[in-house]
Unconditional design. Structure first.
Length: 247
């Protein structure tokens, strides 16, 4: 289990995997709940577990913890898979992780006296119980608007408050208001670098939002970079990184 602010993520140690990997829905959840998570483009061709070649175009930098030791490491983002996270050779080498298969224990070369135990095998089929537990634990630390709801909770809310939901994107109908900032210096950040094929996808998503009237052209002195987060059902969702201006 990888320790995180809002709970623990089940992970498997795979000595046949070259990289640390995380499933896209888990990475998206961690980002939305305020976990230390930043996305970046990458271009990697790898052999997937089902024997097919796959292209990985996203990576996420996460702060992970094992046995109270922490690492800031890059995870390759997979669109799907049986496990929420995979600890590959890049992490095992960096952390100097020692695995004792007969005893199902592990330790690190720099702290051999600290020993951890592997959990029983994790079943990755069906709805992930750990994501539901995430939501339960996260509600104790943050407000409901900051937590990604489970499908069951979402269905209940949509049934109880149908006038709050729409089948298409639209703008909020609310009274305009001002937000007083801590200083008057504009926050203007450059866009994140992305591969040419990802740039085309980004432009397509932006044009769709323009046509739907959700966003508009702006000449503001403020600028925050945007990223594309993979959707569970395919496609991408544009997310603007407002963390710098929010701070």
């Amino acid at each position: 289990m990888l320790d995180l602010k809002v709970g623990k993520v089940p992970a498997i140690v795979d000595m046949g995997a070259q990289f640390l990997c995380i499933r896209s829905d888990v990475a998206e959840y961690l980002y939305l709940t305020g976990e230390h998570c930043s996305f970046m483009p990458c271009s990697v061709t790898c052999l997937l577990t089902e024997g097919k070649m796959g292209e990985v175009s996203n990576a996420a930098k996460l702060l992970i913890s094992l046995l109270s030791f922490s690492w800031d490491h890059e995870f390759k983002v997979l669109n799907d898979g049986p496990f929420p996270a995979i600890l590959g050779l890049d992490f095992l080498q960096r952390a100097q992780m020692r695995v004792d298969l007969p005893t199902r224990n592990f330790s690190f070369a720099f702290a051999p006296d600290r020993v951890g135990s592997f959990s029983p095998a994790i079943c990755g089929e069906g709805n992930e119980a750990f994501l539901q537990q995430f939501c339960v634990e996260a509600t104790e630390l943050t407000t409901i608007s900051q937590v990604r709801l489970t499908d069951l909770w979402a269905d209940v809310l949509m049934t109880e408050f149908p006038h709050f939901f729409s089948s298409s994107l639209c703008t909020a109908k609310c009274v305009p208001h001002d937000i007083e900032l801590s200083d008057t210096t504009p926050v203007r950040l450059p866009p994140y670098q992305r591969a040419p094929h990802r740039l085309q996808i980004f432009k397509h998503v932006a044009n769709e939002l323009l046509e739907q009237g959700v966003i508009r052209l702006s000449k503001s002195r403020y600028a925050s970079p945007a990223i594309l987060v993979p959707k569970n059902g395919g496609g991408f969702c544009m997310v603007v990184d407002y963390r710098t201006v929010n701070s």
